[in-house]
Design a protein around this ligand. Structure first.
Ligand code: ZN
Length: 173
């Protein structure tokens, strides 16, 4: 289900309309038992409050394109959600994100490109592509000090666990 969530960057203040839709998406996700893909921009406190009040830990999802401090990461993890890292991790100024990543357990981590946005280094400034996931994985494997093959195996396991998919339904290289 998603993307859903709250965005106070594009709509600078609290929006009753956004909140209303978010509540509806949470309810459908729980009914269908499908993970939520959360878009959070300057709004993580409100999102976490709502998820908690709606008992969303019973059907957890992903905080996509994560770019917050460890305090927020910890609350997301405590709720049972996964944290997805995008090309931002490769940006020169993402110093705090890199230190947060080091503390996120591997079994709750996912990787994404958020294509066509947030193109990773060394292609920053150009249009992003799904195939650039390699640059993000390489960067994360260096930061987490884990072999890239091992990392991609763990990420795939996380993906199949969260989406409750059988491995033989999808062929990944
Ligand atoms: Zn988003």
């Amino acid at each position: 289900m998603g993307e859903t969530g709250l965005d106070y960057f594009h709509e600078k203040k609290k929006s009753h309309f956004q909140e209303e839709l978010f509540y509806q998406h949470i309810s459908v996700s729980k009914d269908l038992q499908k993970p939520l893909i959360i878009h959070s921009r300057n709004s993580s406190q409100d999102i976490l409050k709502i998820l908690k009040s709606e008992n969303s830990g019973l059907c957890p999802g992903i905080f996509h394109s994560f770019n917050e401090n460890y305090e927020v990461a910890k609350k997301i993890l405590d709720l049972g959600f996964y944290i997805s890292i995008s090309g931002m991790i490769t940006f020169k100024n993402s110093i705090s994100l890199r230190s947060v990543l080091k503390k996120i357990p591997l079994n709750r981590l996912l990787l994404e490109t958020d294509s066509p946005y947030l193109t990773p280094v060394p292609h920053r400034g150009k249009k992003n592509k799904p195939s650039y996931i390699n640059y993000i994985a390489k960067h994360v494997s260096n930061l987490k000090k884990i072999d890239i093959e091992k990392l991609s195996h763990i990420i795939k396991q996380n993906f199949f666990r969260l989406f409750k998919l059988k491995k033989n339904l999808i062929i990944l290289n």
